[in-house]
Design a protein around this ligand. Sequence first.
Ligand code: ATP
Ligand code: FE2
Length: 332
Amino acid sequence: GTVLGIEGTAWNLSAAIVNEKDVIAEVSDMYRPPTGGIHPREAAQHHAKYASYVIKGVLEEANQKGVDASQIDAISFSQGPGLGACLRTVATAARMLAITLDVPLVGVNHCLAHVEVGRWKTPATDPVTLYVSGANSQVLAYRMGRYRVFGETLDIGLGNAFDKFARSAGLGHPGGPQIEQFAKGASKYIPLPYVVKGMDLSFSGLSTAATEALKNNSMEDVCYSFQETAFAMVVEVTERALAHTGKNEVLLAGGVGANARLREMLDIMCTERGAYFHVPEKRFMGDNGTMIAYLGLLMYDSGNVLDIENSHVNPNFRPDDVDVTWLPKDFE
Ligand code: ATP
Ligand code: FE2
């Protein structure tokens, strides 16, 4: 099959066309906030303004590769989780496109799309996935017909914790890459609150404590200590999910996955446990249209489509609410 998918849960609006073999085309346009963080309403306005640009663009790009609109079997979109206004804008565009092309509509869980594109584009088969982005931080793994959430943040996502600190420290947005750079120049570790509750995580207090620590310490040392503490927390929960499930693969997903120190720490943990560690190409790690088109394709192929009347978005859509129709019943 061939599916056109649209992602727009947050700042990145991205449309892609994929088939079982590969990505045929992808066109994205990012909303860049003039100052500070993301303003939901402005991001939604951006998506409304550029929806036709990314959709037309991806259709044209596919056309140049010999795939035209009449060959598209379904339209998929991010049903959630994400910013309500952004989700609604993208859902409206997806519904219109499905009606125009007279093809089924598929509603995709954004978190599971990160997992499935990673399974597609790396050798991972049945991994424990660490998904760390701006808004999300989750440890996911498949068990008995569902992707279960083994651990997750109780407050903000790790990326947002970095961004919040960066903003209060007068660094620009996004914070993650700058914190990574500063951390390289550190000379010592400053103890910061390490908060793992059961299998869950909390980053809000850590971000505030890092800001406080700037009063008496260098930017380099604080950035380094923030990273070491936060990454040790997510690695701990990932390792315990591995032990609990008996799986032997880790997949990294989400924008924070760009961080070399996080990759190194996960790699060391996996090596020590005799597990495989998989990192997709960067373009498949942050939010992208390809992952929505690809999970849309898996769902379409397994008959998992939506009626237009039931295609409401869900800003709190949980990955463990999704019945995994696209994997064999005896998968695992
Ligand atoms: P989602 O909707 O899934 O929450 P998002 O809109 O936050 O996604 P992503 O591209 O997945 O988008 O992630 C962006 C986040 O990743 C930002 O918070 C940014 O600070 C963080 N980030 C990017 N590069 C790095 C890095 N090198 N180290 C740490 N964090 C990083
Ligand atoms: Fe994401």
